[in-house]
Each structure stands twice: as C-alpha cells, then as structure tokens.
Design a protein. Structure first.
Length: 133
C-alpha cells in the first residue's frame, strides 16, 4: 500500500537514525553522581541531545528553585551560541513529573530545579534539548 513501511523497513530506518545520532558527538560526563545514557546529533546548526540521567551515590536535595547539577559537557566547537537554552524534562522528583529542566550554557549541560525538591538515589530525569551552535 502507498505510504506503508514494513516492520523490517522501520527497524532499518530506526537503526540508521540511532547510529547517526550516536556517532555525531561524544559528550563528556563530569559528574560522578549521574549515570547518563544519551544520543547526540548535529543537525544543521543545532545539536539535538536526548538523554536519561539516573542519580547515583546520593540524593540530590535542592533547597530552592534554580539549583543545578551538571550532567555532562559538549565537546569544543559545540557550545551554545550567545545565550542559554532551557527545556522541560520529566522526572520522578519529589515535586512531580515536571520539577526539573535541562539548561545548556556554553558547553555545560546541567539539570536545574523548578522549586525545592529531592531526587532520590536511583531517581531519573529524561529530556531532549536542541542547542543552537
């Protein structure tokens, strides 16, 4: 049928996208309190980063809004151009599903809190952010 893609065709296309994203950029992980699984692709003048971060070693306790915890860094040449980028994330933090956002400033990628909250050891945050380079 026109427009129909077989299961085998979909699997091949998704594999190609996954391979392309995995090979676009390697991010460094400066914070031992996070285990981060991610995919990063450079698409035109943007880096698109999809991630899942799981808290290790200790709880993250934020006493107020906008506290941050770095999760990784962009490689040289991939820094955010001239301004910060923020995007909402989903998480299992104590203030609910949308209590954390991701921030990219220069080459630093950090999680920021929306209010006082706790993310327990083993807790998770998932998000996607497009960074103009």
């Amino acid at each position: 049928a026109p427009g129909h893609i077989s299961a085998q065709g979909r699997a091949k296309a998704l594999g190609e996208v996954d391979h392309a994203m995995r090979d676009s950029a390697t991010l460094s992980m400066p914070n031992a309190n996070w285990a981060v699984n991610y995919r990063c692709a450079r698409i035109g003048g943007e880096a698109v980063i999809i991630f899942r971060a799981e808290r290790k070693n200790s709880d993250w306790k934020a006493d107020k809004a906008w506290e941050q915890s770095n999760i990784f860094s962009l490689p040289k040449g991939f820094g955010a151009s001239k301004f910060e980028v923020h995007a909402p994330c989903i998480s299992n933090s104590s203030i609910g599903l949308h209590g954390i956002c991701v921030q990219v400033a220069g080459t630093d990628i950090a999680l920021r809190t929306c209010d006082k909250m706790t993310l327990s050891k083993g807790g998770w945050v998932e998000g996607i952010v497009a960074v103009p380079l």
